[in-house]
Design a protein around this ligand. Structure first.
Ligand code: ZN
Length: 479
């Protein structure tokens, strides 16, 4: 538009100049060319020249239009084709969202034809195939997406999800490794990498995923460190079982740096330190852990550091261990148990009464029964305590937060449901009550027990939300 205006302005100016020239200096011009003779006034000659220039401009424009016509035509066609392709794509995506496999497939075919290798049309085709339960076609589309850099990550995600659905963890782990190389800070990559590697027993990869989760703030830092520490402990257990104490100790040191009160790590490290003659270091470690988290396993490991010790010396050492948290229930029970072993009846009674009072748990009741039996041979009082034990709450155990199973031995994965790091040290009945409050389908059966001897040998079973796995514990080393 502006160009046209400029053009006409120039023509107008030229005409004005010519007119002025004619008024100022009138005259004639004669042209002789190829036997032709033209004689005219200057004004006509200038107008004729302007007309010729204008004609030349029009011819030039016409020629340019003609020359560009095929290209413009194809561009227009391509534009329309793309528009139709995008329309098919959006219809297809709507059909996928609506769960209509027939429509999704139809539009996907259209979009693929119109848009060639557009990443979105490939994705639509794969999703339409998935919707039609055609896993093989979907896989082919996802694999095709791996070829282009811009669709590679998307293709990996599609293939990963298919592998997870098929339960093929080996393939899933391979896709996850490739996805991690492309985008290491993507939350779904880290989450799945941790989950699949941990499930496959590839603890090293799972540990790296936990570290990445902390580095990229995908999980809360505390959770990430906790999971890493549990993995390191599991790895240390594996190394220790294979006789590689050095590696196990390195792993445990790292684990305890992240989570200093991780009881299983402290127990194993103390045991390994003791085995290589570093008994004092092991003891120090357990004393520190006790301050943070008093736990019967720590007491057991503490006494195991000096297996030849007399019961009286054990009483003194347990005093030292529990000094960091003297009023804790587990400190009272550990002291009572040690005093009982040393036949310090008054001392044992005092600690156990403080441990339970009127709400003594099953373990404390049994220890009291043992005192009555051994100190005064008072069978009636012993039976009273054992009867009371049957009604009493269970002592704390490792209870799975996912399935409610309870066990006396810690493992990184729940032995019942396989959940990772789901075991919490607490009362199984309390856990069951909480679960019953959450879901109104409680069922408790066989809350039995009542056998003579240490409560550690009993295995009550709770069904429904909470299940107690029957397991005997290795008894603490005798003096
Ligand atoms: Zn479980």
């Amino acid at each position: 538009m502006i160009r046209t205006l400029i053009y006409f302005s120039l023509v107008a100016v030229a005409i004005a100049v010519a007119y002025l020239l004619v008024i100022i200096e009138p005259g004639e011009i004669a042209v002789q060319w190829l036997g032709w003779q033209v004689q005219t006034s200057i004004a006509i000659a200038i107008l004729a020249l302007i007309f010729l220039c204008a004609l030349a401009a029009v011819v030039y424009h016409g020629w340019r239009l003609l020359r560009r016509a095929p290209r413009d035509f194809w561009n227009q066609q391509g534009h329309e084709r793309r528009n139709r392709g995008y329309r098919a794509l959006s219809h297809g995506l709507v059909a996928v969202a609506a769960g209509d496999p027939h429509e999704a497939r139809r539009w996907a075919k259209n979009a693929e034809k119109l848009l060639d290798d557009q990443p979105l049309s490939r994705l639509l085709s794969a999703q339409a195939a998935q919707l039609s339960s055609d896993a093989e076609t979907a896989r082919l589309h996802f694999e095709k997406m791996l070829e282009a850099p811009e669709t590679r990550f998307l293709g990996l995600r599609g293939l990963l999800m298919q592998s997870l659905r098929d339960g093929d963890d080996a393939a899933a782990l391979e896709y996850l490794r490739q996805a991690k190389d492309l985008r290491p800070d993507t939350p779904w990559v880290i989450d799945h990498l941790f989950e699949v590697a941990q499930r496959r027993g590839d603890l090293k990869t799972a540990e790296q995923a936990a570290l990445a989760a902390a580095r990229y703030a995908v999980w809360p830092r505390e959770d990430a460190y906790r999971k890493r520490a549990v993995l390191l402990t599991a790895r240390a257990e594996r190394a220790a079982a294979q006789g590689d104490a050095t590696t196990a100790l390195q792993e445990l040191e790292e684990a305890l740096k992240s989570v200093p009160d991780l009881v299983p790590a402290a127990v194993l490290r103390a045991r390994l330190e003791g085995a290589r003659g570093k008994e004092r270091r092991g003891a120090k470690l357990l004393e520190t852990a006790w301050k943070r988290q008093p736990h019967p396993d720590l007491a057991e490991a503490y006494l195991a550091l000096r297996p030849q010790e007399t019961p009286l010396s054990q009483v003194k050492r347990i005093e030292k261990l529990t000094a960091g948290a003297p009023d804790h229930l587990e400190s009272r029970v550990a002291r009572g148990r040690a005093a009982l072993a040393a036949e310090l009846w008054g001392e044992a009674r005092k600690h156990l009464q403080l441990a339970g009072g009127l709400r003594a748990d099953r373990r404390v009741c049994r220890l009291m029964a043992e005192i009555e039996q051994r100190e005064h041979d008072n069978r009636e009082a012993a039976h009273d305590w054992l009867r009371r034990a049957e009604q009493a709450d269970l002592e704390p155990m490792w209870v799975c937060d996912t399935c409610g199973a309870a066990t006396r031995n810690w493992t990184a994965d729940c032995g019942q449901c396989g959940s990772f790091d789901s075991l919490t040290w607490r009362s199984p009945l309390q856990a069951l009550n909480e679960a019953m409050a959450d879901e109104e389908t409680p069922e408790v059966s066989g809350k039995n027990g009542g056998q003579d001897g240490d409560s550690r040998d009993t295995a009550p079973t709770l069904t429904g939300q909470a299940v107690v796995i029957s397991e005997k514990r290795t008894p603490a080393p005798a003096a």
